[in-house]
Write a protein that binds this ligand. Structure first.
Ligand code: ADP
Ligand code: MG
Length: 683
């Protein structure tokens, strides 16, 4: 249960004065729904205003606040601005310029002959002094020398958000201290409530900001440390494989150094009584599946069962086939179970699983439904980990009598700080070496204006017996428009290449998707037009060209994953990134980086730098709560200390019963990491 002390903060946002349904709507767009959300909606910058009585040349370039009286209004000429001439108390004149239809608004706020307090950056325009789009500071009380700037949505102003934040801060209780005293002293951090009040009063207050960021990172690490401690203290079962299955496994190649090292790490973990919690990070194509297969063989050699969870139906079936192929000739029974399997097929699989006749079960979430009983689940592999959150991981672990060993795999090479933030409870192995013989993928950036040339190149590629993916743009607004774009593209390409063009998208029935994928994998289709459903794991070695439309809309990590669909076979592969005709500097830099490197870990670090952690940690990608207070830079600085302290606290006070432990519980609730607290009770 949430500590009562937090109740005022967890009240609905409408508890704040002045927030009715009309204001709740724009606030909701910013995900501000509770009082605490407003308190944690921190200003991202500020304006320093200088109060002046008089317009002065010397202030050009400064943001000033001054009382001016409008003397006349010039209507807009063509696309030019509406210009209001306004005088200070001594008769010095400045032009206030309003562009783009803001003129009517200006006339209302600056009636001729009435003094108004205005503020903005003083510029020179020809001979005149000018302020473009000044703020009208209604009444003296609206003036602040330093004014906070908040992230906004339509219908909200920074001033409004600031007033709400002050109310929220007013409701904030003093909280017991959860930060380790010497750490707090060393940084000179204020108390929590102080920090909150200070940051809204002065967005430049670095100590206050850093303390709040630390709180958030600490709560995050504490939740993970609880998961880790909970897993660790439960006795799992040591899995000592005798090697009999691996000895007869005939691989057409030898393991890479990274694979061999990782397999050894996993074997070491599996031999322990406390369950393994290991994350395997490896770029697309680095050979994670084989590592997983070897780990599962250890479990089977030790007499247990292994389950492998895939994020999509397509991937589950593909993994099933790969495993059957890899393990052909071994006395190992591999089965696949997805939500699509119904009736007698499903019943038969469930019976065999309960009887222990199935050694390895591959599937989607369906393999962890209540009706699914394992005889002896010893190892769980979760592929494409980023789709599953901590909460899900905990739920899955609860399935087994003794907690199974867990191997999580992700092809999203995330930066080290984010690995800690997202998988702080795990040990990490990295496959940082590609299997030999891969040619790097050649990446080119082309303007979408040159679509004809792209289609021509695709034609040549098909004529040479190649296959290609064509990825349609990510459309933010809805899955529907996503789909429309893909359907239109498929139709357009069919005019050139007829029935050799197939289509897969997220709204197709799983069976239809499988048919299209199978047709592509079997070579009956030459071009597969797709939305991002092909993002993870799909393996068609003969596909050596990928075209990605509107590449500038994708995150770099995602582009990198998409690109990894090619370059899986022999011969050179090409990735064509199509870009819109206008590009921001950042987009340009990002696409240039894609062209320059195939190194996923480097791309990840850069992506973080260019976009910020908020987006990377968004609910969509990680399944975790996004970070609201800690920027990537702050996280890089604070997260290691937070992890150390969280683990230390739990080592000393596993139940979080002591004074600091109780305070730390409050922090978990405050940052919506309270799933961790549930573990305390179950233990
Ligand atoms: P990912 O890490 O993206 O899941 P996969 O496991 O699908 O990568 O492996 C990519 C390809 O590399 C597969 O075709 C696989 O058979 C091959 N492969 C894996 N390990 C090796 C190795 N040690 N030597 C050569 N090829 C390998
Ligand atoms: Mg894979």
């Amino acid at each position: 249960m949430r500590p009562d002390i937090l109740n005022p903060l967890f009240a609905e946002i409408t508890a704040l004065k002045g927030v009715g349904p009309a204001l709740a709507r724009p606030l909701d767009r910013l995900k501000l729904r509770r009082v605490v959300d407003v308190a944690f909606h921190l200003p991202t910058g500020w304006i320093d205003r200088v109060a002046r009585d008089e317009l002065m040349e010397a202030d050009v370039g400064r943001t000033i606040a001054i009382t001016l009286t409008a003397t006349d209004v010039r209507a807009a000429a063509g696309r030019g601005p509406v210009r209001v001439h306004a005088a200070d108390a001594r008769g010095n004149i400045a032009t206030l310029a309003f562009f783009g239809g803001q003129g009517g608004w200006a006339k209302k706020l600056l009636p001729i002959g009435e003094p108004r307090r205005v503020s903005g950056r003083l510029d020179r325009y020809g001979q005149d002094l000018q302020i473009v789009h000044p703020d009208i500071l209604d009444g003296e009380d609206g003036f602040r020398e330093r004014e906070a700037i908040y992230p906004l949505s339509e219908g909200l102003s920074s001033r409004r958000l600031h007033a709400l934040a002050e109310q929220a801060v007013g409701r904030a209780p003093a909280l017991p201290e959860w930060i380790e005293p010497s750490l707090k002293a060393r940084h000179g951090w204020p108390d929590w409530r102080d920090a909150l009040a200070r940051i809204h009063a002065d967005p430049a207050d670095a100590k206050a900001r850093q303390r709040l960021a630390y709180d958030e990172v600490f709560a995050n690490q504490l939740a993970m440390a609880l998961v880790r401690a909970d897993t660790r203290k439960r006795r799992g079962r040591p899995l000592a494989g005798d090697g009999r299955l691996r000895a007869v496994l005939a691989l057409p190649y030898s393991l890479t150094g990274a694979q061999a090292r990782t397999v050894a790490e996993i074997e070491g973990d599996l031999a322990q009584a406390s369950p393994m919690l290991r994350l395997l990070q490896g770029d697309v194509g680095s050979g994670k599946t084989l590592v997983a297969a070897l780990a599962m063989l250890v479990a089977v050699e030790a007499g247990g069962q292994a389950a492998m969870l895939a994020p999509t139906e397509i991937l589950a079936r593909q993994h099933g086939e790969t495993l059957r192929r890899t393990l052909a000739g071994l006395p190992v029974e591999v089965a696949v179970l997805t939500g699509r399997d119904k009736g007698s097929v499903r019943e038969a699989t469930l019976m065999a699983l309960a009887a222990g006749e199935i050694d390895i079960l591959v599937g989607t979430h369906a393999i962890f439904q209540d009706a699914v009983r394992y005889r002896d689940l010893a190892l769980m592999v979760v592929d494409e980990q980023h789709r599953f959150g901590v909460a899900e991981r905990m739920m899955l672990a609860a399935k087994a009598k003794a907690p199974p060993h867990l191997l999580a795999m992700t092809a999203t090479p995330i930066p080290r700080t984010l690995t800690l933030a997202n998988y702080g409870e795990m040990d990490v192995s990295r496959l940082d070496e590609m299997p030999p013989g891969r040619e790097p993928i050649e990446t080119r950036v082309m303007s979408e204006d040159r679509l004809d040339a792209v289609v021509e190149a695709l034609g040549r590629h098909l004529a040479d017996g190649g296959q290609a993916y064509w990825v349609c743009p990510l459309v933010e607004e809805s899955e529907k428009s996503d789909l429309a774009a893909a359907e239109m593209r498929a139709e357009a390409l069919r005019r050139h290449f007829g029935e050799r063009v197939g289509l897969v998208h997220g709204r197709m029935k799983p069976a239809e998707k499988d048919v299209a994928m199978a047709a592509f994998a079997g070579g009956r289709l030459g071009v597969l037009v797709a939305t991002t459903v092909i993002e993870v794991g799909v393996d068609v070695p003969n596909a050596r060209l990928i075209v990605i439309e509107h590449a500038d809309r994708f995150g770099l990590a995602q582009l990198h994953q998409l690109r990894g669909r090619v370059g899986r076979g022999l011969g050179r592969s090409i990735c064509l990134l199509l870009r819109g005709s206008t590009l921001s500097e950042t987009s340009r830099a990002r696409l240039a980086l894609m062209r320059e490197t195939n190194d996923g870990f480097r791309i990840a670090e850069e992506d973080l730098r260019l976009r910020g952690a908020g987006e990377m940690l968004g609910t969509r990608q990680s399944g975790e709560m996004a970070f609201r207070l800690a920027t990537p830079e702050m996280m890089a600085e604070l997260i290691a200390a937070a992890q150390d302290d969280a683990r230390l606290l739990i080592d000393r006070d596993g139940g979080l019963e002591g004074a600091r432990g109780q305070a730390a519980r409050v922090a978990l609730y405050l940052f919506d990491r309270d799933a961790g607290v549930q573990l305390l009770r179950s233990g």
